[in-house]
Design a protein around this ligand. Sequence first.
Ligand code: PSU
Ligand code: MN
Length: 307
Amino acid sequence: MPDITSQLSPEVREALAAHRPVVALESTIIAHGLPRPRNLAVAEELEALVRSSGAVPATVAVLDGRPQVGLSKDQLERVAQDPSVRKLGQRDLAPALAAGASGATTVSATAFLAARAGIRVFATGGLGGVHRGWTDTQDESADLRLLARTRITVVCAGVKSILDVPATLQRLETLGVGILGYGTDRFPGFYLTSSGEPVDWTVRTPEEVAAVMDAQDALGGPEAALIVANPVPEAEQLDPKLHDRVLAEALTECHERGISGQAVTPFLLDQLMRRTGGASLEANLAAVRGNVWLAARIAAARTAAGG
Ligand code: PSU
Ligand code: MN
């Protein structure tokens, strides 16, 4: 593996050296989670949102076999527009590097590369997790295992509601990954404000999150992540009844078409968007925007505290 610090964009390198706040952003949501051409506009909007909150965005991807932490405008365009850009989980990084391939990074690959670069705060939409029907497919996102061994704070709207949420929460408990509900005692439901499942710890400010991160560091290992579960505002959530009906249809279609492996999550997100006339996309974007904004404030609170 090339030295990851040599693949930092100049802006990210300078910010890290000066201990200014940096927020990592993943690129799979851009390349495979959102429709073109809106995806590029969203990628640019999210970077601008980080900047306007006083932090530096570090969108992560692999281009021509090189891991990139912080993308130029051209590189971001390529990730959003080039159909040959693959989906890379953490285990795909070595083969992609060796082959000189290009790919968007999932939560697992992004968290890995960001942590290697010294970035502590990361924002996404919803984490991967245990899929419904796990007993037949054993489909559990690599996100969970990676978060069990990577010291990074991930701001998300919970896990994607296409998943088996209670099973995913059980796995996170087993794996020792801490979860903070941000302003809530319910685990968020990605497109929905609440999944109905409880969370054990509630925080209300970025400073409280930074204090938990400091306590993690004071305790030492194991090097697990911290999940900040930030719900989409109720006014912007997808109608829960519509969500449940359309998700059942999409899951049936996924099963009937025999979709499996890495294709499952992009397929289901796309199905939901089509079957809700775009409403799920708006809820997804509202969640991501809220997470990116909060992540920037957490990164700022941490650097202000001298972390
Ligand atoms: N959040 C979103 N949209 C997405 C994802 C997250 O709002 O598309 C991506 C992340 O990159 C996450 C991936 O890691 O979906 C999970 O894919 P899988 O279930 O195949 O592990
Ligand atoms: Mn999977």
